[in-house]
Design a protein around this ligand. Structure first.
Ligand code: ZN
Length: 246
């Protein structure tokens, strides 16, 4: 099925990022925000998922399934990525981080939609702790929306847009669902609590099934952008950036 993990989708995004980088001088921040908002819609179209509402913020970026919104760090449109000519290349590094974070968060959006599609098509049972909480009455989409906290319009879309699930798709979608809503939900909450206290549990966080997947996708997008920038601007433009793509 079409997906944000498909190489063509990643390539489209990487090309757009490099074009934005090249035309930085001839654009202003509001135009770049518009470009990112268009890109988010394009990614959603390519993946066959409802586009989340984009909110410009300052906290790195996050997808909110209950609001179906994507918080995007405004620095993605404001940091001039070309001024870092010294050894550190900090602006380019930061800009790459914020712009690839958008793709990472969009992958979370897709994961959530896949969970809904799989549950509504009965590809796997509702996660255990939730099954008990389901109230009788109503059709399956309204019960899923009520218990899991998704907007009902998104759940209804997922019930209409049927996806082809391979066995591999079912297995990984189930692992995300179990991590976020099922029997591993407690481990996940503990991991986030520790992360909030100072980030010493970063390794546990990136090992969560949904995070391991989103980081793998983000790394591939980062590599594509790095290769394109290296090709067009010369590899010296990438000096000092190696750590970002490890
Ligand atoms: Zn993530």
């Amino acid at each position: 099925m079409p997906s944000l993990s498909h190489p063509a989708t990643m390539q489209m995004y990487a090309n757009a990022m490099v074009t934005m980088h090249e035309r930085w001088d001839s654009t202003v921040e509001s135009q770049r925000r518009g470009q990112f908002e268009n890109l988010v819609r394009q990614l959603a179209d390519m993946a066959g998922i409802p586009a989340p509402r984009v909110i410009w913020g300052s906290a790195g970026g996050a997808f909110d399934f209950a609001q179906w919104s994507l918080e995007v760090d405004r620095r993605a449109a404001s940091i001039d990525p070309r001024v870092g000519t010294g050894a550190q290349k900090t602006p380019l590094k930061d800009w790459l981080y914020f712009s690839t974070s958008i793709y990472h968060e969009m992958r979370h959006c897709e994961q959530n939609f896949m969970i809904l599609q799989a549950l509504l098509a009965s590809k796997f049972p509702m996660p255990q702790p939730m099954t008990r909480a389901i109230l009788p009455g109503g059709d399956l989409p309204s019960r899923v929306a009520a218990v899991m906290g998704f907007p009902i319009l998104i759940v209804r879309r997922a019930s209409i847009v049927r996806a082809q699930f391979s066995d591999h798709d079912i297995a990984r979608t189930r692992s995300w669902c179990e991590s976020m809503w099922g029997r591993y939900g407690r481990t996940r909450n503990q991991t986030y609590k520790h992360l909030d206290r100072g980030g010493r549990h970063m390794n546990k966080y990136v090992e969560l099934p949904e995070e391991a997947d989103a980081w793998a996708v983000e790394r591939q997008v980062s590599r594509l952008i790095r290769d394109l920038i290296g090709h067009r601007l010369g590899n010296e433009a990438l000096d000092g950036l190696a750590g970002l793509f490890a």
